[in-house]
Design a protein around this ligand. Structure first.
Ligand code: ZN
Ligand code: ZN
Length: 414
């Protein structure tokens, strides 16, 4: 019998008695008390307490609010399981009985589910330590949404202070009828960069534009001109998104301001394409400012955010096979690379394979009621991550999300 089969069979045995009710209270408590990036003190303490109770050697405060639990269990590979913990500045509108009690903060990306799955899997694997051998490292990562969490853990020596991973595993909740486990071998998520642009004009009276260089008009041309980058400078087969998310200038009707500020976000899937787009942004900004007669050159600052997330194809294939065995062949499919981004991969040292997959969590009644004839249409019409209405179905996803993690870990350790 092949290894994946062992992992699937073991997982079913080990989680046979696991009921949603056992995880529900923990999940609801996290959902009620969301914490923003690098402020996950309560969440981290809750996770750390569970890991300690399960027998892990736990270190808190790694990368400010991160948690690392280590279970050394004999010879074998070092497997890292990672879950992120932070919430978002979103006002919850789900009306759930266990909705957020924090004004303007919500677990709108489902990281409360991630922490619950992680704790559940850690407990199952600790209780069953006589069935596997190796080292399990459970990582509660802070600040995924702000982009600094994984980098902060690495900067604080997470790879030096704890057993270095042979493999890194993680999963994200996603909209879609609950009960599917999408896997993508290779590129699964895109790189993300933030770009700040400052246009320096010459301010003055709104009635005398001839004595100014109006940065509002120049920045408006820049916004319009940037729309040609993806359509005219990037090959049709490439996927790129360039969004101007903020346009800030001026204080009053009759004052021409001295500067305008733009905030851009870039998503790319190929480093050469990324360089080309960044070059185009710099060229267009400089060109429009020169055309307008700006005497002070503009500033373009690139703030690298997340790299591409590229699953190890053979590792992904093996874990997808285990998930098929667990949940049925039709529940695992590949929906291709997404334009979304993650800092998950930063936790894998150079050359260490990793796998990141999805767990769908839209309640069946919400899915049925969503307008649309096919999957893609319905997918766009149910509340997704970051929506104030995002409401996964805990009773149907809590146990499966533990099983996906446990089986993936056992496929390396059993
Ligand atoms: Zn998110
Ligand atoms: Zn997320």
């Amino acid at each position: 019998m092949s290894e994946p089969t062992t992992a699937a069979r073991l997982t079913l045995d080990l989680t046979a008695d696991l009921k949603p009710a056992q995880l529900q209270d923990f999940y609801r408590d996290l959902h009620r008390h969301p914490e923003l990036a690098f402020q996950e003190h309560r969440t981290a303490a809750r996770l750390a307490a569970r890991l300690r109770a399960a027998g892990y050697d736990v270190t808190e405060g790694v990368g400010r609010t991160g948690v690392v639990g280590v279970l050394a269990n004999g010879d074998g590979p070092v497997v890292w399981l990672r879950g992120d913990m932070d919430a978002l500045p979103v006002q919850e509108a789900t009306g759930l009985e266990y909705a957020s009690t924090v004004d303007g903060v919500m677990h709108a990306c489902g990281h409360d589910l991630h922490v619950t799955w992680l704790a559940g899997a850690a407990e199952v694997l600790a209780a069953a330590r006589d069935t596997w051998s190796g080292t399990l490292v459970v990582v509660g990562q802070p600040a995924e949404e702000s982009g600094g969490g994984a980098a902060a853990m690495v900067a604080e020596g997470v790879h030096r202070r704890f057993p270095r991973p042979d493999v890194l595993l993680g999963q994200h909740v996603t909209p879609g009828l609950a009960g599917f486990y999408p896997h993508t071998p290779g590129l699964t998520m895109s790189a993300s960069d933030d770009i700040d642009v400052v246009v320096h004009g010459v301010g003055g009276h709104g009635s005398r534009p001839e004595s100014t260089v109006d940065p509002v008009v120049t920045a408006a041309y820049i916004v319009t001109h940037l729309q040609t980058v993806v359509s005219r400078e990037v090959a049709a087969r490439e996927s790129v998104v360039l969004t101007v998310g903020r346009f800030h200038a001026g204080t009053k009707h009759n004052i021409i301001p001295a500067e305008a500020r733009l905030a851009l976000n870039l998503r790319t899937q190929d480093t050469r394409v990324r360089e080309r787009v960044l070059g185009a942004v710099r060229r267009i900004v400089a060109g429009e400012c020169r055309t307008a007669g700006c005497t002070v050159p503009p500033e373009v600052t690139v703030r690298p955010g997340y790299p591409n997330t590229v699953n190890d194809a053979s590792l992904d294939g093996e874990i997808a096979a285990v998930h098929r065995e667990l949940f049925g062949a039709a529940t695992v499919f590949d929906f291709g690379p997404a334009m979304g981004s993650e800092d998950f991969s930063l936790l894998a040292p150079e050359g260490v394979p990793y796998d990141y997959w999805y767990v769908t969590a839209t309640p069946a009644d919400v899915w049925e009621a969503a307008p649309g004839d096919d999957l893609a249409e319905k997918f766009g019409n149910v509340p997704g991550n970051h929506s104030p209405l995002f409401a996964p179905e805990p009773s149907s996803v809590l146990v499966p999300g533990v099983r996906t993690l446990v089986s993936a870990a056992l496929s390396r350790l059993a």
